[in-house]
Write a protein that binds this ligand. Sequence first.
Ligand code: ATP
Ligand code: MG
Length: 215
Amino acid sequence: MMTDITIALSKGRIFDDTAPLLKSAGIVAQDDPETSRKLILATNRSNIQLVIVRASDVPTYVQYGAADIGIAGKDVLQEHGGAELYQPLDLNIARCKMMVAVREGFDYEAAVHQGARLRIATKYLQTARDHFAAKGVHVDLIKLYGSMELAPLVGLADAIVDLVSTGSTLKANHLVAVEEIMPISSRLIINQAALKLKRETIQPILDAFAAAVKK
Ligand code: ATP
Ligand code: MG
């Protein structure tokens, strides 16, 4: 009897980029999460189900063992802290960059050089705190939940810390990226206890993902 496995992932780009990897592991969802309202999706494999959760909630489900396996962005893992998660594989999907951006014409280098206290709006408090602490820049962090690009335009912040891929959203809002904090991609995460107890089911999935990852 094969063990039951739950895989947590978010819809949108993570699901879109993960579906081919799942397929190469012989796993196909029975419903499309974009059109279905179901939160638990059966797959073609009777012992494997998918749960569809908010991207930032994926590590929590895996940490507590409510899901055995998850797929989460490095941005999300950085904020979560990664406690109790085994992170064996960079899937090289949903790639973008964590960046500092400011309003066009704002002299970021000068502000940093002068030791000015900067107001930073972001959803990524931990990442921003670590980045500016390492640079020795004093910052006031303002937590936002979305549309960070607006903050410098209305005087809420001097700068934002956000994910950038093409840069078109920044450009449309007259913002410029001034510093790269880290490259971002999504990783496979596995509950450590589940890996020990269900290795005969999890290991082949891990191997198939590893073989299918685009370098
Ligand atoms: P929501 O958009 O519902 O607030 P979210 O931003 O957490 O939630 P997504 O926008 O689906 O969710 O992003 C999921 C993951 O995809 C992020 O955690 C990040 O790793 C990655 N991602 C986010 N934005 C981009 C982007 N512009 N290009 C590539 N990958 C991205
Ligand atoms: Mg988003």
